[in-house]
Design a protein around this ligand. Structure first.
Ligand code: ADP
Ligand code: MG
Length: 498
């Protein structure tokens, strides 16, 4: 297949093959009718997912070329939350197309230059012509991200929940708190106006509700000595040393009981000594210890409570509405947001932990894309429409570049079309027919044309939109990794660092 004097070195052959294999693995999951993958590790643990980034994270990729492809899925996920499979499929198609360019005698540098040029032209066209400004399509953006996932059965509930949650969090998907409880159905998921804490509670009383809370930023335990010092003491001085420590703890717990005369919940940032817990329990006070700092701050925002530095500062409790719920043998505390703040928690329900994990991944994608669009209001039509439009633009302009690089630009355009082609193929329709029909519609000015996954052929995707930033990043990342792989002409073993 490859002649001796070919431009393609051995390293390129291997890298391209490995990268294409990785892309093939995730390809069948792309789009609304994409399949799921079941992944099993040596210990028999099972993950069922449709999420490209998750598959690639769990996949045991050992070839360096394959690893480079798997890496871009991570980048895409961290920057845009979604579009990981598309990025990998696109990179796989670009690499595959480069093989035939090699065979036609193009030098890797010429291909890289052409691909680079093409990516720049494509995103410029995307920014200038394809991108639409819209702020009232957030629920549609969430829908597009969810289509094809476990969540699809409850798509209306879920997409509205995502929009509400991100809106509540001021547009920041990272700060949306998510808690999932097995049991129930996705339909039962809801946005709770408050904070949910599940730290190791100490009090297991039957009364569920509390109306006062206290926040303490340190712990209530014996001082830990800085070093591992050994001290020799006689029995009497040891007794008085111990009593001294205990007395300090007792006075701390008295502060807390004084502040919460009729019981309540004390949230403590650090550890709490078991004796102190017992004493507080007697006074009807629930102790929640080792509360993360972020939760502490959220509790303070939601209830207006001051975070007291030490137990001795804690003179006054704050009124709050706290109730307990038990899920899967774990107690959760629901602290209501009755102070004008943004604190809210998304409560997800799902039948089993396996489906619930996939539900969470679906929500992560949807929350992310909603926040992306909330930031800049820029969307494009999904279903591979934006990719096909960029491809059409590249084909009409490739000849302006001239020289052999234009062959690479045409190959890049073909690569872009692999996205709508794969979406159609995974839905059981002929990819080539779909692409030809799409080209025809786009040429005739029907700019919303995309694959009709239900009936085959093409339809106007007026309610399938995704963030413009996602498509932009997918094109740039795929082009970059392809070029990086094409530039490697040798793989050399490195000396291990040890
Ligand atoms: P990725 O990891 O790339 O997000 P997905 O499996 O989530 O992969 O598929 C996303 C693709 O499916 C996007 O191109 C999106 O526009 C497309 N898509 C979503 N809903 C539809 C639909 N109803 N019709 C056609 N394409 C759709
Ligand atoms: Mg997706």
């Amino acid at each position: 297949m490859v002649s001796e004097d070919s431009n393609k070195s051995k390293a390129q052959v291997h890298n391209i093959r490995a990268a294409k294999t990785v892309a093939e693995t995730v390809k069948s999951t792309l789009g609304p009718l994409g399949m799921d993958k079941m992944m099993v590790d040596g210990g028999g643990n099972v993950i069922v997912t449709n999420d490209g980034a998750t598959i690639l994270r769990e996949l045991d990729v050992s070839h360096p070329g394959g690893k480079m492809i798997a890496e871009i899925a991570k980048t895409q996920e961290s920057l845009c939350y979604d579009g990981t499979t598309s990025t990998v499929v696109l990179a796989g198609a670009l690499l595959g197309n480069s093989e035939s360019l090699f065979e036609k005698g193009l030098h890797p540098n010429v291909i890289c230059r052409g691909y680079h040029e093409a990516a720049q032209m494509a995103v410029k066209y995307l920014d200038d012509e394809v991108t639409m400004e819209s702020n009232d399509m957030l629920a549609y953006v969430a829908r597009t991200a969810i289509t094809g996932k476990t969540l699809e059965s409850s798509i209306d509930t879920v997409s509205q929940l995502c929009v509400d949650a991100v809106t509540k969090a001021g547009g920041d998907a990272e700060s949306v708190k998510v808690v999932s409880f097995p049991g129930g159905s996705i339909e039962d998921s809801y946005l709770y106006g408050g904070i949910i804490v599940n730290k190791d509670y100490v009090l297991e009383s039957d009364e569920g509700d509390y109306s006062s809370i206290l926040l303490i930023n340190t712990g209530m335990d014996h001082e830990k000595s800085e070093d591992n010092v050994q001290v020799q003491m006689d029995a009497a001085s040891y007794q008085s040393y111990k009593t001294g420590g205990n007395a300090a703890l007792l006075s701390q717990s008295k502060n807390v009981t004084d502040a919460l005369p009729s019981g309540g919940v004390v949230f403590v940032r650090d550890g709490v000594n078991d004796h102190v817990c017992a004493a507080l329990k007697k006074a009807g006070i629930m102790v929640v210890r080792r509360v993360p700092e972020s939760t502490m701050r959220a509790l303070s925002r939601a209830t207006g409570a001051t975070i007291h530095q030490t137990p001795s500062d804690a003179s006054e409790a704050t009124h709050a509405t706290v109730r307990r719920e038990r899920h899967n043998d774990v107690w959760y505390l629901f602290v209501e947001n009755d102070h004008e703040s943004n604190e809210a928690t998304l409560v997800l329900r799902g039948a089993t932990t396996h489906t619930l994990d996939e539900v969470e991944r679906g929500f992560d994608d949807a929350l992310g894309v909603v926040s992306l669009v909330m930031r800049d209001g820029k969307v494009v039509v999904g279903g591979g429409n934006a990719y096909a439009r960029m491809a059409m633009h590249l084909r009409t302009h490739a000849s302006t570049i001239g020289g052999r690089a234009q062959m690479a630009i045409e190959a890049f355009a073909d690569g872009l079309e692999s996205i709508p082609a794969t979406i159609a193929e995974n839905a059981g329709h002929d990819p080539l027919d779909t692409i030809l029909a799409m080209r025809h519609e786009l040429m005739s000015g029907n700019v919303l044309a995309g694959p009709d996954v239900e009936n085959g052929g093409v339809k106007m995707l007026d309610d399938v939109v995704e963030p413009a930033a996602l498509v932009r990043q997918a094109v740039l990342s795929a082009a970059e990794v392809t070029n990086a792989i094409l530039r490697i002409d040798d793989i050399i073993a490195r000396r291990g660092v040890e």
